[in-house]
Design a protein around this ligand. Structure first.
Ligand code: ZN
Ligand code: FE
Ligand code: FE
Ligand code: ZN
Length: 264
């Protein structure tokens, strides 16, 4: 069974298409269950234009309830949310999460300090940075995110490679520290095909990290990170053989923040 747990709605301001169009696309491409994961609201003034506002939360939940109801006989639809981990905002984000009954919560790191390292607008800052140093900081943050107790699924685990900045140094120790936090907290690792649409042209995370995760018996979820209905289930025909070749036979499915593993 294919499940796509990462897709957005127009509420974040940079995605198009109504939830029903995402559902239709899932049915077309043979994805058997989907979940929406809109970018969470944050305290004002930080990166506001990339996320839903606090006053949109109500509407978001209603939208997903509506589409869930409408497709109840054809396609299971889950209510998720993609939450940024940014030190100092944990309290606020925890509140957002606790106010609603989500099926799952995805944790993401898109910021290193004030730097939105995955934004094309902030690409020049990479030139002033040492790539290995950036990766070290990134993996330190995702490990902290995993240890925060706020999330169920860790998104696009090696997002720091997005533009093709990959250090020459061996990064396995960075991966190991992060993955042991994922394991210790019994979280799920997201396999995201979004990286194939970015300059790096690679699934997140790398095969090396997927192999390490499999050795630790860490469960995985599948994600397109669709910001357009056409992207639902994007390149799952590459992701599935990849994870199978590593040894995975099951993927995570969530209801009310409880995980079960279903055959892939
Ligand atoms: Zn987005
Ligand atoms: Fe993200
Ligand atoms: Fe996303
Ligand atoms: Zn995302």
């Amino acid at each position: 069974m294919l499940i796509d747990y990462h897709m957005h709605t127009p509420l974040c301001g940079h995605a198009t298409g109504e939830p029903a169009e995402y559902a239709e696309r899932a049915l077309e491409v043979g994805v058997g269950e989907i979940g929406f994961s809109e970018h969470n609201p944050m305290p004002r003034t930080f990166d506001d234009k990339w996320r839903m506002r606090p006053q949109h939360m109500e509407r978001y939940v209603e939208m997903i309830d509506e589409v869930r109801e409408r497709y109840s006989r054809k396609l299971p639809i889950k209510l998720g949310i993609e939450c940024d981990f940014r030190p100092g905002t944990e309290e606020y984000v925890r509140d957002t999460i606790n106010q609603r009954q989500f099926d799952y919560v995805i944790g993401s790191v898109h910021y290193i300090g004030e730097w939105v390292f995955d934004s094309p607008e902030e690409l020049p800052a990479w030139e002033r940075r040492d790539v290995f140093e950036v990766w070290r900081e990134y993996f330190d943050l995702v490990a902290r995110a995993a240890n925060s107790g706020m999330f169920d699924i860790m998104a696009h685990p090696d997002l720091c490679k997005k533009f093709g900045h990959v250090p020459k140094q061996d990064c396995s120790l960075l991966f190991a520290t992060f993955l042991s936090a994922v394991k210790k907290n019994d979280l799920t690792l997201e396999i995201s095909t979004a990286g194939l649409r970015k300059p790096v042209k690679e699934i997140y995370p790398s095969r090396t990290m997927i192999e390490m995760a499999h050795k630790l018996d860490i469960p995985i979820s599948l994600a397109s990170d669709a910001h357009d209905p056409a992207e639902v289930g994007f390149a799952f025909d590459q992701a599935v053989p990849l994870v199978r070749s590593v040894g995975y036979t099951r993927i995570a499915r969530y209801s009310r923040r409880k995980r079960e593993l279903v055959p892939l």
